[in-house]
Design a binder for this molecule. Sequence first.
Ligand code: UT7
Length: 333
Amino acid sequence: MHKTKILGTGMFVPKKVMTNNDLAEVVETNDEWIYERTGIRQRHICSNEGGEFPSDMAYNATLDALKDANLEPEDLDMILFASVTPDMKLPNSASILQTKLGIKNQCACLDIAAACSGFVYGVNMADTMIKTGLMKNVLVVGSEMLSQEVDWKDRRICILFGDGCGVAVVGRSEDESSDGPEILASCLGADGSGKEFFQQTVGGAVQPLTPDIIINREHFMQMKGTEMFKVATRTLAKNAKKVLAMAEMTLDDVDWIVPHQANIRIIETTAKMLGAPMEKVIVNIDKYANTSAATVPMAFHEAIKDGRIKRGDIVLFDAFGAGLTHGATLLRY
Ligand code: UT7
């Protein structure tokens, strides 16, 4: 069995920023309500003119991550692309990204549809495949253009989301020492019985798009916020404890928690349930809102770049999302 580690990270957000005050001109809301209830001040929004679609954002973020990892695109054995907003239905976004990166090595390309947990699912899958020797370097992407999927007339949902991308290159750790960088433990799960808490039922095989559906604005994402909130805090706390137990560690051993950024109150409640001080928690929801699969890698990357997360630190990824999917990863960076 090989050891695995995060070799490099990158992120990209579109240029356009939409503040809460900008939103207040579109729907009946205000900065105070949004900030108090969610912790969000602004979000980045992709241009419809192109150049900022999910695979474009992933391309830019990947160039940085590969540089960080000291690798070339050809060194990748697989691309795992987590997104609920792929460029198109066919081909998958991972293959589109492979082409944009100019990769000729036929590396495996797979999209992951696990909503906000997608990146953590990808890291877990990459970890397993590298540990067994099947793959050496796997690019895990979380890239979302949620601005396309929210109803900009529904103030309950359009205030919550933003666009962006975060990526990580997961690879073999050659450092065999007991305190070397390593993915220590991970868990994945899902509870389909909560599927109606967060869904977008239209546009698939069961209910193809019709003009009536579009006129009635039934094709957008729909969420039961209160129900999601309750399940989220319970699940995040449970999974954090689970991976710590797997690695025979306690919260005192953890330097940084990188949670999914859905709502600052979910993050604070979870930290409280775990007994973790907020100083250990990476938060950037104020700048980017909820970017689904991209929140964890974006927050992780930012905290590395600004010097908070350092090599050797123990880091916990903790995510949940529609499905309801969930997952956590514990690693020594
Ligand atoms: O990534 C995973 C998916 N996301 C989540 O899991 C998010 C989980 N849920 C949440 O973050 C929160 O439940 C929300 C932020 C979505 C909602 O917060 P809340 O504190 O649960 O508010 P609420 O839905 O109970 O609404 C309270 C009031 C309502 O008015 P009444 O009925 O009390 O008169 C809403 O109509 O706030 C009103 N309201 C707003 N007011 C101003 C709802 N949205 C807005 C808004 N601006 N944007």
